[in-house]
Design a protein around this ligand. Sequence first.
Ligand code: DCT
Ligand code: MG
Length: 478
Amino acid sequence: MGITRRMFLTELARRKGFRVENELSDSVTHIVAENNSYLEVLEWLKGQAVGDSSRFELLDISWFTACMEARRPVDSEMKYRLREQCQSPLNTPESEVPSCIARKVSQYSCQRKTTLNNYNKKFTDAFEIMAENYEFKENEIFCLEFLRASSLLKYLPFPVTRMKDIQGLPCIGDQVRDVIEEIIEEGESSRVKEVLNDERYKAFKQFTSVFGVGVKTSEKWYRMGLRTVEELKADKTLKLSKMQKAGFFYYEDLVSCVSKAEADAVTLIVKNTVSTFLPDALVTITGGFRSGSILQQEVWGKKMGHDIDFLITNPGPREDDELLHKVVDLWKKQGLLLYCDIIESTFVEEQLPSRKVDAMDNFQKCFTILKLYQPGVDNSSYNTSKKSDMAEIKDWKAIRVDLVITPFEQYAYALLGWTGSREFGRDLRRYASHERKMILDNHGLYDRRKRIFLKAGSEEEIFAHLGLDYVEPWERNA
Ligand code: DCT
Ligand code: MG
């Protein structure tokens, strides 16, 4: 392999505690090759003054990447070994065997383990801008093409540096390939640059950053000639929903990300309040704060989010439809509730899971904005009250919090759905229906062949029902 790539992989392995030698010596046990046939490696070995070459394991680079993923040396099974029959029949440069990684990579992100350790950020950032632009244009197919490619490149255990690196990989359409090629050759993509400078994209990006504003509303405002959030705020003729009004009112707070410390503080509030009404209730943080769990010593965890999502369930036989109302009423009394919209459950027993990949679930839920008091508040943020000219220090921050109530027997499904990532969830549902003839949603899993609902008490059981290897929450950052 090329020098840069070899240096990178060597570094990676050493960071994970592997010993990598630059020269062949007595201490070497495994030899890893990429794009070289078994015979080529043997040929090279003969040239090295070593005695019995059979003591080395001759392995494909796919063994190495499997080791990196497992963080330990995995068994050098047959599939990783370089063998005579593994060679490409034609030995021209064009037909070089695509690296075995390519043949192993699944098109479904639920069959891949994706941590936040992204080696291809410059590509995935570009794809996400392209995807967002297509989302604004309501072109779902192209949007998904870029999102899938982004997920795939987040998974790759090495940075893509040449077109050959993506040879044979799934989820790489023509548009994606063009963007990759340009970034490799020019360092940036002219198409992405065009999008970033596009008037419509820029306006939609601003509009949709407001809580309660989606693509449809943005379209309407764009057609009215509006372009920025400032213009929206200044326009008193706009008809705003209650949600959008709150979105504008707390705009600055809501666009600044939620930190891990803030999430911890809110978790405490939610748990305390819920337990005053239902002492046995289980309150679990989900969304990005669960899938971004901090990995052992390595701090790869996502420490920022746009909202905080909680699942609440009561393990007892009794469900309490009033719990959510009681919780928000108490917050209202305590002056902590800045906004709240409760949506009652629309779940119907025995109804088949939704086939729509992006459908909302039917749980009782509540979208809120909470007032979080901050002890070590930054003194530079002043809030001038109109009545007096005294500038008072704003010692709180508005935070978006979602509460979802789930019946205990649906808890595992709800947890899986709400942990995300969105792309991971989408692929789980796609995998269930395309590969298993099952329908999965946040309430349950239905086996269409057996015509039964499959019960699960944990996420592990759901993966097992689907015949998938378990993927930890922090490996679902597809
Ligand atoms: N989800 C769902 N049904 C919904 C909304 C969300 O199943 N009606 C799932 C998809 C991802 C997960 O819940 C969390 O959603 P978000 O809060 O939008 O994403 P996140 O990963 O928490 O990221 P962030 O909140 O930081 O943007
Ligand atoms: Mg979230």
